[in-house]
Design a protein around this ligand. Structure first.
Ligand code: PLP
Length: 397
């Protein structure tokens, strides 16, 4: 769904001050130029292969399939990428673009720290100065990721304004970007934000879906009945979904975090429970109060904890091209345990939401049906948190 003005139906756009618009226009112009440039694409593919380790497998999850006793479940193994998740696909793409634009300095925001680590990684690789803005509260919560970023040579700046979390980190990064735009590039981590970011991030993540579509045709000789991914900002999901957008018989399902339940305030299900509004300079479904102020959100999975969602997902929902479901903390944790024990794969808590939904769905389908689930990342980062939860709740073991 390309749209040069950056709209997906009524969603997206760039609701930002003029100064920022000027800077975004420069990014947009260069993005559209290089995304068609053969040399740029060759370089991108080189790093996808040699640095990230693509293509990664589309793994037939045979033990899980047998255990569930419904449709076949395939896992797209983004967890096997260098740094252990899909975020590096986008970080590599944007840093290569920054290099072409002669920028020597990268700024980024991070909440849970995963995007900060991916950004610090590519900055180390390309010898870029790297500044990561992170809410003071998150700096404390995500000590290990802060340490990783520093090991990689990045400077982590704690932000203490507002609620001292992701939203405030975004504001600080944008301000830096505007002030220092002559030598600085803003490397955004999900398919959100003002145009051109949602389109750009989708393009750099679309490798997930292109590979998966080719791989399933190779092994099964037909397309899947369902493609499923978890949705935080929506980058791993749109990366998978975009390749199947025009395959009308492929059902697309995004899975949002229901936290403690959609009937509580403790969730982050923007598409399931939100209303259209403007957040961080773009229009999407968002969890907001009657004055349009973003509501606090919650999920067991730090990467899904965001009150907005990508504009393209908002449009998919609006036109009915995709459906958006939700999975609670408890169900995600159960899927996390089941995948660990049946397949020997410790998945990220974010990805476990998609797996949980796939398991539920697979039970209702026939043996000839096929589901592809995006395993967006590995769970190493989550094991301390899970150990603590399990020690309080022995029944899950
Ligand atoms: C950050 C993250 C997500 C959520 O981000 P999206 O932009 O929605 O993909 C999902 N899975 C993992 C492993 C992550 O690190």
């Amino acid at each position: 769904m390309k749209n040069s003005k950056g709209y997906f139906g009524e969603f997206g756009g760039a609701y930002v001050p003029d100064q920022l618009k000027t800077v975004l226009n420069e990014v947009e112009e260069n993005f559209y130029k290089y995304i068609e440039d053969k040399e740029f694409l060759n370089e991108l593919n080189y790093y996808y292969k040699q640095y990230i380790g693509r293509e990664n497998p589309l793994y037939f999850s045979e033990s899980l399939t047998r255990k569930i006793g419904g449709s076949k479940i395939y896992l797209k193994r983004e967890d096997l990428n260098h740094t252990g998740a899909h975020k590096i696909n986008n970080a590599i793409g944007q840093v290569l673009l920054a290099k072409r634009m002669d920028k020597k300095r990268i700024v980024a925001e991070t909440g849970a720290g995963q995007h900060g680590v991916a950004t610090a990684t590519v900055c180390a690789l390309f010898n870029m100065d790297c500044v990561i803005y992170m809410g003071q509260v998150d700096v404390k919560r995500q000590e290990i990721n802060v340490f990783k970023m520093e090991l990689l040579g990045a400077k982590v700046i704690p932000v203490s304004s507002g609620t001292a979390t992701l939203k405030d980190a975004v504001d600080a990064a944008l301000e830096d970007f505007v002030v220092n735009s002559a030598n600085t590039f803003y490397l955004l981590g999900s398919a959100v934000g003002p145009h051109p970011y949602p389109t750009m991030v989708r393009e750099f993540q679309s490798v997930i879906g292109k590979e998966a579509r080719k791989q399933i045709l190779e092994v099964e000789g037909k397309l899947p009945n369902y493609v499923i991914a978890c949705v935080g900002g929506g980058s791993n999901a749109i990366g998978l979904f975009s390749a199947f957008e025009n395959d009308k018989n492929v059902n697309i399902i995004g899975v949002e975090p229901a936290g403690k339940g959609l009937n509580t305030k403790l969730h982050a299900a923007s598409l399931c429970k939100g209303t259209p509004g403007i957040i961080h300079g773009f229009k999407c479904y968002t969890l907001q109060d009657e004055n349009g102020t973003p509501l606090p959100t919650y999920s067991i999975a730090p990467g899904l904890d965001y009150p907005g969602v990508g504009p393209e997902h908002s449009h998919y929902k609006h036109i009915g091209r995709a459906t958006y479901e939700s999975i609670t903390d408890d169900a995600a944790l159960e899927a996390f345990m089941l995948l660990s024990k049946t397949e020997g794969i410790i998945a990220a808590l974010e990805s476990s939401h998609a797996i949980a939904y796939a398991i539920k769905l697979a039970k209702t389908l026939s043996k000839n049906d096929i589901i592809i689930v995006n395993l967006s990342g590995r769970g190493d980062k989550d094991i301390y948190q899970i150990k603590e939860i399990l020690s309080l709740n022995k029944t899950l073991m």
